[in-house]
Ligand binder design. Sequence first.
Ligand code: ZN
Length: 320
Amino acid sequence: MLSLLHEIACIMRVKVWQMLGLIGLIGAVFCATAAPRAEHVLIISMDGAAPWVIRDTPMPTLRQLAREGAVTWQAETTLPSVTLPSHASMLTGVTPSRHRITWNDWRPTNGVIQVPTIFAAAKQAGLSTAMFVGKIKLYHLLQPGTVDRFDFAGKDSNNNDASEQGYRSADGDPRNRARAVAARAADYWRRHRPNLCFIHLADPDWVGHQYGWGSPEQRRSLQTVDAALGTVLGAVRQAGLRSQTVVIITADHGGHEKGHSKGIPADVQIPWVAWGRGVRAGTQLNLPVNTCDTAATALWLLDVAPLLPLDGKPVTAAFR
Ligand SMILES: [Zn+2]
C-alpha cells in the first residue's frame, strides 16, 4: 500500500514538473514572439528650444502633439548644457562623466564616442536605424556599422565631403537647415521605414546665438522647426506607420541671452513630448525627466536590451 502511494506520488511529481516545463516553454515562446511596445521610434531634437521661449511662440504642430501625447516642459538636460555632450547623453542614456564627450565642436582626431549608442544596441538587435543631423559635430556619435543612413544636412555618410563649408555651398543659409533636414528625413521614412531614427533640427540654436533666446528671429526659427515637425509626421503617416510609431520631441538645452552654457534653469530645462502608439494621451508628466531617459525610453519601447547599465530610465508613466 505504501509503495503504491509512493509510486502515485512520483507520477504526480513527474506530471507537475512536466506541467511546469510546458508552462515555461509556452512562456518562452510567448516572450520570443511578443511584439515590442513600438515598431518605430523617432527622436526629434530641436536644438536650443527652451520651454520658456516655446511658451509664447506659435507652434501649432508641437502643441497638438503635446495635447495628444504625454508632456513635461520641465525636463532637464545633462551638464554642461551644451550641444554635443547633451546629445551624447540623449543617445546613449549615460551622463557625460561616463560617455566622456566633454567637448562641443567637430574634432575629427577625437574619433567617435566610446560607449555604445542606442543605435548600436538597436543594430545588434537586428533593427534598422537612421540619423539626420544639422551639425557636423554630431558625427562624433556615429559608431561604425550602427546607422544605416547618416545624413548631415543633405550629405549622407557615403559622401566624404563632411564639412560645414560643403553644406553651406550646397544649401545656402544654415538658418533654414531644419527644412532641408526634415525634407530628407521625410523622404527616407516614406521609402525605408527605419525602426529607430534621430532627427536634429539646428535652427533655433544658430539664431539664438546670433539674435538672442526669445528674440523675434528665434521665434521665427521655432516656427520653421514646427513646420519641419509637420513634414516629418506627414511622412510617418504616409508610410502607414502612424499606429506603430512613438515620436519623442525634445531638445539638447534651452538658453538665455545669447548662450546656454551657464547651467541656470533657462539653459537646462528642455521640452519632452511623447506622442503615438501606447502613449497616455493628454498626460502632464509630473515627474523628473532627464535627457538620459530619452535613450532608455527608446530602447524600452523597441524591446531592445541596453548594451551597458543606463543612467536614464524609461518614462513609463507616459505610456499605457
Ligand atoms: Zn545645442
